[in-house]
Design a protein around this ligand. Structure first.
Ligand SMILES: NC(=O)c1ccc[n+]([C@@H]2O[C@H](COP(=O)([O-])OP(=O)(O)OC[C@H]3O[C@@H](n4cnc5c(N)ncnc54)[C@H](O)[C@@H]3O)[C@@H](O)[C@H]2O)c1
Length: 281
């Protein structure tokens, strides 16, 4: 492998422009640690124009305006569970960007029971419904609103971020495991309809544990971050590499990949045991 120095790497990235002329909407950039923050930066570096969106409360607390100014991207408030907000988001994005939308990143997640430290065997079901709405059903709402507003370009690409707790048990991930299973199922089912209607593809990326506000909110995060790091032959995938992968999946280079849950985890999901994980240091 040729190792490029930083300057050459930047120049190469600038010349690549995998998303030249494309228009996108990026959900979920809260602060510079957010995966969506890095995705937004890379999408613009690759030649696309985007709008940014987050829940109104996150707009007040987070730093998304700062990112908007840096990327020359309009920030449009939208609670991802609110259909009126979503309709406004798609309509306004088409106005601002001057045409239909080529790609969407759903990087939205929140569990009320996790936040309130409820044990998995003692969950509050009203909170569970809220968690499912924010973390999974919102993905269906986003896609359904995109269809209703006729916002999607043919051969567009839609992505959501997920975690392997949808397939395997990670006790501290609690009800988010079920939320992610539902999210991944929506990607498959809606992927069928959007593929048939518009040749639009829908995929989920199953990402390594990543140090972000949402990630660090999970009990014992540092322990399973360290465990995954040792189990994965390549180590944990960070937010920056996740953003690179999102760019590829938004680009025409991945145009025939749809209805997939794709692991971006340094190999973690294929491991049984890694002797490295058995040693103390
Ligand atoms: N961090 C990890 O370890 C990890 C691993 C795998 C998958 N993911 C997923 O990646 C995605 C992004 O999370 P992150 O780790 O970058 O953390 P983050 O906290 O930076 O992002 C989560 C975002 O969801 C937004 N959000 C919450 N409720 C919302 C609502 N009602 N409407 C609109 N937006 C809302 C938050 O404001 C925030 O911007 C999430 O789906 C998360 O589950 C994270």
């Amino acid at each position: 492998m040729v190792i490029l120095d930083t300057e050459t790497k930047l120049m190469t990235e600038q010349n690549m422009q995998l998303l030249q002329g494309k228009r996108g909407i990026v959900f979920g950039a809260l602060d510079e640690n957010s995966i969506a923050w890095k995705v937004a930066e890379k999408c613009v570096a690759h030649g696309s124009t985007i709008t940014l969106t987050n829940a109104p409360v996150a707009l007040r607390m987070g730093k998304i305006q700062e990112l908007g100014e840096k990327l020359d991207a309009e920030v449009i408030p939208a609670d991802a569970t609110n259909l009126e907000d979503l309709e406004n988001l798609f309509t306004r994005s088409m106005e601002v960007l001057g045409g239909k939308i080529d790609f969407v990143l759903h990087a939205v997640g929140m569990s009320v029971n996790v936040r309130k430290k409820k044990a998995y065997t003692d969950l509050n079901y009203d909170w569970m419904l809220k968690s499912m709405d924010i973390s999974a059903i919102s993905f269906h709402k986003v896609m359904q609103t995109a269809v209703k507003t006729e916002a999607l370009s043919d051969w567009g690409s839609i992505l959501a971020l997920t975690y392997i707790a949808a397939q395997r048990v990670f006790p501290d991930y609690s009800e988010m495991a079920e939320a992610k299973a539902l999210l991944e199922s929506f990607a498959r089912s809606f992927g069928y309809h959007l593929g048939e209607q518009k040749k639009v593809r829908v995929n989920t990326i199953s990402q390594s544990p990543t140090r972000t506000t949402a990630g660090s909110g999970i009990k014992g995060f540092d322990d399973f971050f360290g465990y995954a790091e040792k189990m994965s032959p390549l180590g944990n995938a960070d937010a920056d590499s996740c953003a690179d992968f999102c760019v590829v999946l938004f680009s025409d280079l991945s145009r025939m990949v749809t209805m997939q849950n794709i692991y971006h985890d340094g190999g973690f999901s294929s491991m049984g045991i890694n002797p490295r994980a058995l040693t103390q240091s």
